[in-house]
Design a protein around this ligand. Structure first.
Ligand code: FES
Length: 98
């Protein structure tokens, strides 16, 4: 289960191994901003509330785009964060800079 908290509403969708959080958000029609889909604009930045261990490790693109403190606090780029299994439970809040 992937719980996607947008600014004004929350959407739940099934976890799919190998998909990014952004791909799942878009297919679920969640309230979720994005632009480049390749880890540079950060419009898809999000905070992992629960289930970081259910995601593949931080990518080089995320290391380049996010500050170390943000990564420590649990921020990811949803276009880069890949779900590890169909059984994953991840709760995530969309947290763009603006
Ligand atoms: S959509 Fe641009 S960084 Fe994710």
């Amino acid at each position: 289960m992937i719980i996607l908290q947008g600014r004004t509403r929350s959407t739940e969708t099934q976890a799919v191994q190998g998909k990014t959080l952004l791909e799942l958000a878009l297919s679920a029609k969640a309230e979720w901003g994005s632009s480049c889909q390749r880890g540079t604009c950060a419009r898809c930045r999000c905070l992992i509330v629960q289930g970081m261990d259910q995601l593949e490790p931080v990518t080089d693109g995320e290391w380049d785009r996010l500050e170390p403190e943000e990564l420590d606090e649990g921020y990811r780029l949803s276009c880069q964060a890949v779900v590890r299994s169909n059984d994953a439970t991840v709760e995530v809040q969309h947290k763009p800079y603006f």
